[in-house]
Design a protein around this ligand. Sequence first.
Ligand SMILES: Cc1ncc(COP(=O)(O)O)c(C=O)c1O
Length: 400
Amino acid sequence: MEPLTLDEAVGAEFAPETTYLNTSTCGLLPRRGVEAVRAAAELNATGSPDGGNGFDTVAAARASFARLVSVPGERVALGSAVAVHVGMIAASLPAGAEILCTEGDFASVVNPFVVRGDLKMRYVPLDALAESVRPETTLVAFSAVQSADGRVADLAAVRAAAAVHGARTLVDATQAAGWLPFDAGNFDYTVTGAYKYLMAPRGVSFLTVAEEAQEALTPFHAGWMAGEDIWSSTYGPVAELARSARRFDEPPPFLPYAGAEQSLALLEEIGVESVRAHTTALAARFREGLVSLGHAPVPADSVVVATPGLAHRLDALTEADIVVSVRDGVPARVLPPLQHRRRCGPGAGRARRLKRHRGAAPGPGSRGAGTQAPGPAPRTGRSRQERSPSRTPGCPALTV
Ligand SMILES: Cc1ncc(COP(=O)(O)O)c(C=O)c1O
């Protein structure tokens, strides 16, 4: 297949009604994903066997993700959320194991260890992570790209230090996969939430497990779908669990995976390297602009641009239909992988009108005349608080 150019992808697949700079919170679903979810829901509603082609879809999403992060499909387990995968890893550890984490990392890669109550947690600054691995360390658990401010971990250095001391590694690639070329095979475990730079619906996540790390993991979610042959595993104890990492699956929800299959295929067509080149160039321009205005974005070679001191501008940006979000203490901006341009024309005008009349949900026929169909779901009259879920009280920071 001919690779898609970014312009072709943007033109065919995205039609945001805002200047959308919020992929670190939630990526835009491409149109083909919207259509796939809709078609799967129709099948589910109209009496097709098994509620649609869920098994094929899930298998395709697994294979696609595996190719994107350069591991065999047999190493990939599926689920719905990062915290669930990390919970399984945490539950599999012996009491007293030392877990080395990054200060301020995302809760889903830290907290499942904390709630055990019998693990030894150590937190160090991101740039001291590699040098802090020691012989007592059982597992280094950290994000490749920090959610709060976009800093990129020195993956090679942490991997090397862990190898020297015999520690296992767990990388959360949620803020990286999709724009940062990433080889999951370099780590014992990786976890990725797919609803950001992989542009899948919420409810899709991936775990990769290295061959030699599989025996240390207990497949706590193993129901019938974890059987080597699922159709002879439906009742009673499962006679044989999948020999591949599929035995670590959380039983996958079919509807979001219908969207994920399409999003991942789109990303494969475009190529992660193209996305990286495009988005890091945009981020660099954005940083330059901020500096020229006297701001000091957090230094990072990252599409996530965090800028202290800008959180108070959130309301003005929202009024201008620029969708950003606020993160823990540091205003951060995150450029989306593909589509950041505001759409002009009737749809954009409609979005502004809706903003003026917040609270009045539009009826089903209320798309602006001339709006391309099928487009992304029209905005409803939801409050700004709902549209900016990361604007949590006590966290005065901004992400785009
Ligand atoms: C680094 C990172 N990991 C994980 C998640 C999502 O975690 P979960 O799937 O447990 O909701 C996010 C969401 O912002 C994130 O930034």
